[in-house]
Design a protein around this ligand. Structure first.
Ligand code: ATP
Ligand code: MG
Length: 503
């Protein structure tokens, strides 16, 4: 398929996009401090950096979504006069956001055409357009006639990329695109990107996963605190350790839990005969101080069981905590009262409240337990807030700032702080380090480890095999709603986990 012309540029004009001394401030916060960067035509350019380093801000500027305080964008050698979304799309630069802008009750082909409808008002050759869209979907594995609402996560993400191309995109920006994808999905997305790259599309790719960067990127640039801190034109010659060092500006010591065997201990929590959609669990016991990993393919039951224990997924079954048998909690309030805390993987849906301050967010779930006679104990609240604001290393001038002003990874830290502040007996965290940078990831795993050492039972739901290997005592691999295999001790390896999940 040929979608875009090269505009008469030849191989010598190899810089397609130059970011020239771009700065961006939000009040006192200097998100970008004069970044100059070249993106070469037909490459996949990785953009790395710690949480809050300025990655999303930079691609926001490049795509015209955020107005820079100063600086220029130069496309194909031409400085752009206007840098807004329309101008950048016309120049061929598209930002594919995390939340696909897809209309569910239209077909895949119609969704592709959506991008160019407004551009060509007047004389539209619908038939030709439809045929073009179908041709473009050919080979993508997406049925042009399929309703978009029926498509899975990868297909939706691909559809977004395709729409960007269909609308004439030559530079496509992906800000943490693999966040909700399975290993197989990720592979598919990468194959797809490589194919488009071979056709001349340029990608800017943001990720916190070194293995992804090493696999897919040709070049990388690293932002640190709003400035360009380094980069490489030859990523393939680099190791994961070198990448981490480039990002952090120092070496990284990976966390590894000293795994313990909890067999034979009286359980902190017992589950029996849990039934619900995607759930058919016979039995599971978790000891105090034990960290158990839940993993499996989507719909296999790992996520569903975790949500059911917190009253977020409808299910029936028996739950025994501290010797008292009840049913599963009917809603999160009941679960919290029982000493269960939950961190959702979906920040947008059950996550931080954007307009509220960081401090209010941290205190949110634990407020009722500290309210006496209906009055909130302000001193206790302030203590909790400052403790978790500090412990999580939230990058912000202070807890009084709105959560909206935080970078993605820092919002995740606030959510985790809020959950920890409830002082739970059972802590359930779903993808706790998704979107969090390599350095903070170690801190988060250490915090969970330390909490378990005080006797808290922990469930970590994760598709990040590396995280499971380093953080848990035991892994339950789910299939068809039940635990199909349990790995402990030396058996918890990346290879064993991958094999077991796919089996
Ligand atoms: N609307 C805003 N108001 C105030 N400050 C903001 C706003 N948006 C971003 N910032 C600040 O700008 C800085 C850079 O944020 P940005 O979202 O670009 O980081 P990031 O590198 O994408 O991080 P992450 O890996 O966590 O997604 C952060 O300090 C953030 O708090
Ligand atoms: Mg970001």
């Amino acid at each position: 398929m040929t979608i875009h012309d090269t505009g008469g540029w030849t191989a010598t004009d190899d810089v397609i996009l130059r970011i020239d001394d771009v700065a961006k401030s939000y009040g006192p916060v200097k998100a970008l401090r004069g970044v100059t960067l070249d993106i070469r035509r037909g490459t996949i350019h990785g953009l790395l950096g710690e949480n809050g380093a300025g990655k999303s801000t930079l691609v926001g500027v490049i795509s015209g979504q955020r107005t820079p305080t100063s600086g220029r964008i130069i496309m194909n050698g031409q400085p752009l006069e206007r840098v807004d979304v329309k101008a950048m799309e016309e120049a061929g630069v598209f930002l594919v956001t995390q939340e696909p802008m897809i209309i569910d009750n239209m077909t895949a082909a119609e969704n592709l055409m959506l991008g160019i409808w407004p551009v060509r008002n007047g004389l539209v050759d619908w038939k030709a357009l439809r045929a073009d869209a179908a041709r473009m979907l050919d080979g993508s594995g997406i049925d042009p006639a399929a309703l978009a609402g029926r498509l899975d996560a990868v297909a939706r993400r691909k559809l977004n990329i395709l729409r960007a191309m269909f609308s004439g995109g030559t530079v496509i920006i992906l800000d943490e695109p693999t966040a909700a994808l399975t290993v197989a999905d990720r592979r598919q997305l990468f194959d797809f990107m490589r194919r488009l790259k071979a056709e001349g599309v340029t990608f800017i790719f943001i990720s916190h996963y070194n293995d992804e960067i090493l696999e897919i990127c040709d070049a990388v640039s690293v932002l640190r605190d709003g400035s360009l801190a380094g980069g490489s034109e030859d990523v393939r010659a680099m190791t994961s350790e070198q990448l981490s060092e480039l990002v952090l500006g120092r070496g990284l010591t990976l966390f590894q839990r000293a795994r313990r065997d909890h067999a034979g201990k009286a359980p902190a929590i017992s589950l029996r005969e849990v039934r619900g959609r995607h759930l058919a669990l016979s039995a599971l016991d978790i000891a105090p101080g034990e960290i158990v990993g839940f993993t499996g393919l989507p719909g296999a039951g790992a996520k569903e069981l975790a949500r059911a224990i917190f009253g977020l997924h409808p299910a029936r079954g028996r739950l025994t905590m501290n010797g008292v048998e009840t049913g599963l909690p009917g809603d999160p309030r009941m679960a919290l009262d029982a000493g269960i805390a939950f961190l959702s993987d979906d920040r947008r849906r059950d996550g931080a409240v954007g307009q509220m301050s960081i401090g209010q967010n941290i205190a949110l779930s634990s407020l009722p337990s500290r309210a006496r006679f209906g009055f909130i104990d302000r001193a206790a609240e302030a203590a909790v807030v400052s403790r978790y604001f500090g412990a999580m290393g939230v990058k912000s001038p202070g807890p009084e700032y709105a959560v909206d002003t935080l970078s993605g990874g820092n919002q995740q830290k606030v959510c985790l702080g809020r959950v920890l502040a409830t002082d739970p007996r059972l802590l359930i965290v779903d993808e706790p380090t998704r979107g969090i940078d390599v350095g903070v990831k170690q801190d988060v795993l250490r915090i969970i480890d330390a909490l378990s050492n005080t006797g808290v039972a922990v469930i970590i739901v994760s598709t990040d095999t590396d995280e499971l290997v380093r953080a848990v005592d035991r892994v339950c691999v789910f299939g068809q709603g039940d635990i199909k295999e349990t790995l402990t001790g030396e058996d918890i390896t990346v290879e064993r986990l991958r094999a077991s999940v796919q089996a």
